[in-house]
Write a protein that binds this ligand. Structure first.
Ligand code: UDP
Ligand code: MG
Length: 330
């Protein structure tokens, strides 16, 4: 009998938190009264996360685990879990207990009402530094402006997805997995459930400021062509100004004769244009890099070993042929 409810949990060096998570999560699922499974994804942890997960699997076979061959990042770990989750509904939840498992029944209740994507919305974010909070606020506003999708504010990866949504997500070929953007892009009937973010009791957040900015840029360039297009506008404006200036200079030299000093205007325009050109080249390069990444068509993740999960031998993009990334690992 396939489970009705799958819970996908990514783990990266969360060894100290595995036990407390399972001790809270399992009773919640038991009380929910559905056939359930927990799909843990060990995202290349270097601590004792994997042995602890394996021990839980030995004790409770409904707790399953995938071991990725290295740290592929949370988004890839989630993709791995989603690909191997069997439930009619799949809940994504963090492994550090910042997403209280007690909210899951509320998500399930909304799902029963007919919503296909139920996301948990943070009521408070006490764990964030003020600089991160401001940056996040500005970012969401920018995103709404420049791309075709609106990201629900304060919704993270803690959410429930209907089978239909999971299948759609598994079919998305892109390597650049900005999950929040993909979720919003897909549509479906969505509902929100508020929750309070727990404090991070073990370990520490893996998202430094730089990593957050990288994720933010990846999301923007994946869902908006504005950064590419804006340069034609800026270029046109600068050309227009330059044209007026050129006419002005020509007329002036006709009337007053040629004046040799002109160093400022020359150096200013060279520097200014040089800067703009480099900047726009950089942006084109960024998109080009992303295209290159997609074209290479590498799998999103590689599974080293699985505990309790049949590997279908497929990758999100790859054909169902032997020798696929996962086949090689069996
Ligand atoms: N995580 C992961 N791979 C990574 C980074 C994080 O699987 O490369 C997992 C991590 O173990 C945790 C979840 O993603 O379960 C959220 O990570 P974290 O708590 O560091 O992020 P935050 O709560 O600050 O958003
Ligand atoms: Mg966390």
């Amino acid at each position: 009998m396939p489970p009705k409810l799958s819970v996908v949990v990514p783990f990266y060096n969360e060894g100290s938190g595995v036990d407390s998570l399972m001790e809270r999560l399992v009773p919640v699922l038991d009380r929910a009264g559905e056939r359930w499974e927990i799909v843990c994804v060990n995202d290349g942890s270097v601590d004792d996360t994997l042995p602890r997960l394996a021990a839980w699997h030995a004790k409770e076979p409904r707790i399953k685990a995938l071991d990725l061959s290295r740290n592929f990042g949370k988004e890839a770990a989630l993709s791995a879990g989603l690909l191997h989750a069997a439930g009619m509904a799949v809940v994504l939840i963090d492994g550090d207990l910042q997403h209280p498992p007690e909210v899951i029944p509320e998500l399930v209740a909304k799902w029963r009402e007919g919503y296909e994507m139920v996301y948990a919305v943070r009521r408070t974010r006490r764990d964030q530094a003020w600089s991160n909070r401001i940056a996040t606020g500005v970012y969401y506003r920018m995103f709404r402006h420049f791309s075709e999708v609106t990201l629900p504010k304060d919704a993270g990866d803690f959410r429930l997805l209907d089978r239909k949504v999971v299948d759609a997500l598994n079919r998305m070929p892109e390597r650049n997995r900005f999950m929040k953007g993909l979720f919003a892009w897909m549509g479906f009937r969505q509902a929100a459930v508020p929750f309070d973010v727990g404090p991070r009791d073990q370990g520490r957040s893996k998202w430094g400021f730089v990593r957050l900015i990288r994720l933010g840029l990846a999301g923007l360039t994946a869902f908006s062509n504005f950064p590419l297009q804006v340069w034609s506008l800026i270029g046109a404006a600068i050309s227009a100004i330059a044209f007026v200036y050129i006419v002005f200079r020509l007329l002036r030299s006709l009337v007053h004769g040629i004046d040799v000093p002109g160093y400022e205007s020359i150096i200013i325009s060279i520097l200014f244009l040089g800067g703009i050109q480099l900047l726009s080249l950089g942006i084109i390069g960024d998109y080009l890099g992303r295209v290159f990444n997609e074209v290479k068509g590498r799998p999103l993740f590689i599974v080293r070993e699985s505990y309790g999960i049949d590997l279908p031998g497929t990758t999100p993009l790859g054909p169902k042929t032997p020798g696929g990334a996962e086949d090689a690992t069996r």
